[in-house]
Design a protein around this ligand. Structure first.
Ligand SMILES: [Mg+2]
Length: 225
């Protein structure tokens, strides 16, 4: 096996705890511009997301939090570029500060590298944020390649994501494994391209799975040796 491709969110680290911290900081920052209850704020966030997703569709921009905070400010009549940047940073600074790799992740990634396996990170969202996450997680030295949906114009499970990654890693589909937590995006997307999928973090009747990095290590060790 020449290459292992990893999803990032909820595969290398738990997303929800970081998102929660980010949203708390965003709320605190928003209160400085506009008084509102947390439930009003949560409603505003969902209205803003809906408005953004309506325009951007199935693209990386549909997750761009600068567009979310812009729409939030516009909906409340308090828009300014400076506020948008402040709000955006309040979310991402808190999010990034609370990121922790899953136990055993760094050991596995470094082991694969010493075995000469090429490593790719294939992820929906914008490239700037995903690069910052990799640096913050302390794994900047790991990937041979990163592919984002911003780069491809489509999100997983679109084939372009996987094909672009294989090109960057100089690997054929049969030489690669995809590890991810989403059945639809990661498992079906990889399988449709002929890449062997391994589900992370949950059980499955259909796909080989690993509930943690220890179990994943055993699977990959057997295949990559
Ligand atoms: Mg994921």
């Amino acid at each position: 096996m020449r290459a292992v491709i990893f999803d990032i969110d909820d595969t290398l680290y738990p997303y929800d705890v970081c998102d929660k911290k980010g949203m708390n900081e965003l709320y605190a920052a928003f209160l400085e511009y506009k008084e509102m209850s947390r439930s009003e704020f949560d409603l505003l966030v969902s209205q803003a997301k809906k408005a953004v997703k309506l325009r951007t569709g199935n693209t990386a921009a549909s997750h761009n939090r600068m567009l979310y905070v812009q729409a939030m400010c516009e909906l409340r009549g308090i828009f300014s570029p400076e506020k948008c940047i402040r709000l955006y940073n309040s979310y991402w600074d808190a999010f990034l500060d609370n990121m922790r790799l899953y136990d055993g992740a760094i050991e596995l990634l470094e082991k694969l590298k010493t075995m000469g396996v090429a490593i790719g990170f294939c992820t929906d969202l914008t490239v700037h944020i995903q690069m910052r996450k990799l640096v913050k997680l302390g794994i900047s030295h790991i990937p041979n390649a990163v592919v984002t949906s911003e780069e491809c114009g489509f999100e997983k499970p679109d084939k372009s994501m996987f094909i672009t990654m294989l090109e960057k890693l100089h690997a054929s589909p049969s030489e690669a494994i995809m590890v991810g937590d989403s059945i639809e995006k990661d498992m079906e997307g990889a399988a449709n391209c002929g890449i062997y999928p391994v589900l992370f973090g949950k059980k499955s009747d259909k796909y080989e799975y690993a509930e943690n990095f220890e179990a994943l290590y055993k699977i990959l060790e057997g295949i990559c040796r």
